[in-house]
Design a binder for this molecule. Structure first.
Ligand SMILES: [Zn+2]
Length: 170
């Protein structure tokens, strides 16, 4: 296994819809293992292929603090949603950016596992947020896009200041 490099916002794949996966061979298995390892290394609750510069419809999620429930989503789609929640979230692709985003509080996802078997899964709370956040990534959407232009500017300015402070400290 190997750690993958997170790309920054200048990488075009972060802004492009991904390609569906049809080959569930050794290359995909390696990518999924590497994505899981990378997500745990950076302490993320999810990681989409676009965030490591790839253009395939694959994401991994684990919302547990002890890393015990890894989920692999290949070609995922949200097929149902309900209720509403507003959760303060960040993104590995937007260092220092945090904002509350309004999303569905419950979603049902249809995806394939790492071997191509279809499954459906429901999630609420943090898991619903993770499903929506990662599937957005696979459609080329970042969470900041959900905010008004003014709010986006504020969040980016705050992130810049926070990162500067961090740099001075280290
Ligand atoms: Zn993200």
């Amino acid at each position: 296994m190997a750690l993958l490099q997170l790309v920054d916002e200048s990488h075009p794949n972060l802004r492009r819809p991904t390609k569906p996966v049809s080959d569930f061979g050794a290359d995909l298995q390696q990518i999924i293992d590497d994505m899981l390892e990378t997500m745990y290394e950076v302490n993320g609750a999810g990681l989409a292929a676009t965030q490591v510069g790839l253009d395939i419809r694959v994401a991994v999620i684990d919302v547990t603090s002890d890393h015990t429930q890894p989920l692999v989503l290949v070609n995922p789609e949200i097929i149902d949603s309900a209720s509403e929640q507003t959760m303060e979230m960040g993104c590995l692709s937007l260092p220092g950016c945090w904002a509350a985003v309004k999303r569905a509080g419950w979603v049902k996802v249809r995806a394939q596992d790492r071997h191509g078997e279809f499954y459906e899964m429901e999630g609420e709370g943090i898991l619903a947020e993770a499903f929506q956040h990662e599937i957005d990534h696979l459609d080329g959407i970042l969470f900041i896009d959900k905010l008004s232009p003014l709010k986006q500017k504020m969040v980016r300015q705050r992130a810049k200041k926070a990162l500067k402070k961090q740099q001075r400290r280290s």
